[in-house]
Design a protein. Sequence first.
Length: 482
Amino acid sequence: MKLIEHFDNFLSNTVNLNQTRIDRLESSVAAIKNVVRDSDWEPKVRGFAAQGSWAHKTIIKPTEGGAFDADLLVYVDPVVDWDAAAYINSLCEVFEDHGTYEEKVKAWDYCITITYAGDFKIDVVPCVRDRLWAGHEVCNRKENRFEVSKPAEYTAWLIERNTWTGNNAFRKVTRLLKYLRDIKGTFTCASVLFTTLLGYRITSFDRFNSNPFNDVPTALRTIVDRLDDWLQLHQAKPAVLNPVLQAEDFARLWDDAKYSNFREKIHLYRKWINDAYEEPDRDESIGKWRRVFGDEFAAGVEMEAASISKTAVVALARSNVPVVSTGLDMVNLLSAYGSKAIPEGINRLPYMHRPRWQLATSGQFPVFVTMSLHSARNGSLMRRVDGLSPLPKGCWVKFDVFGGPGGVPLSKDYVVHWRITNTDREAIQAKQLRGGFNVANDGTSHWEKLAYRGLHLAEAFVIRKRDQRLVAQSAPRFVVIE
């Protein structure tokens, strides 16, 4: 499903840089401009301009504990007999001699960086205009040479493509994919390279057909499909030329291994995005979108979905089963109505993590889970657990998984991941709904302490070690804690 409203909220609340940070950035930039203007820096300053993600409006909120970057160009007239390094070094000295910035500034290859601890960094980039001809050059301090640059033209190129998609679709998708890059950490792609790759996926023909960009999830799917199609045509690292400066190849920011990994990961995430987009069940679609973007996506749905006792009451009523009292939790409902009280789709709750492994094309087999009650982890057996009999808090359960109808223990060729999912009021209050994957903590078996009243689920996922493919998945095993 598209879940357009959830995408809009996700962008606003999680991905986009919040207004407070934007205000601090703009205030800091204004102060930096004043320092440069009021200093005795020899180059004549002709103006300032935003550059990079800030100028392109694709800047995103940093991941927890991180900082975001903003680039500020300083356009200057050339100084006779100055080499490229002089512009960087002398600008750094201006800020080193200023009491506010002396501990915050550092010179790099093309800029000076002013760091605001734990929040953001501002790269101040000298850009020399009309030195030998009409045009702009940045300063390579490391190699002490001038390099032609066309930042305004590049920004205009991106703005044009954003206009062709309509509704800021290109910018929104770029932010989403940069967020995906940052939270997954599974591939490396510098922002200028990533943005350029995405920009090339938009063509002038898109001006005449807005359907591929009608809404955010559709635009995301369109652009990722196009990117993956292009990547699959290039097994070896291709050139990714600056669209306004063909002598510059942004692919230099990759090596062959990084490109190959990027190509592989985009191919995988394309499958996940299409799977989530095409999923007709709302809760299952939310779960699949969370596989792509993490648990912050549609975060507000979690509490509603976790209160399955409410869902169970509604389902019982629809089945013409009268519920004699309101305010019952799942333990009460199961006691009164048995398995009829278990809502349909309980194993597809939106906060449950979806499998990240590809399904094996061969070698699949059935598995089932057994459960036993113990006084402590590795403690004495109290009893085998069958059905929906309530279990006491404080005890431990051991889950075992067996393959095939005969109940054969799994060999060392496999590793088992367990998905433990809690539901209902006590788990919600304790913020312990879980739903993620844990590697078995006792060979292929798994131990859990009984902690929260309610109905909970345990599922086994069997992964073949040699190719990391999913070969088996058990049915949910229900655990009732009183």
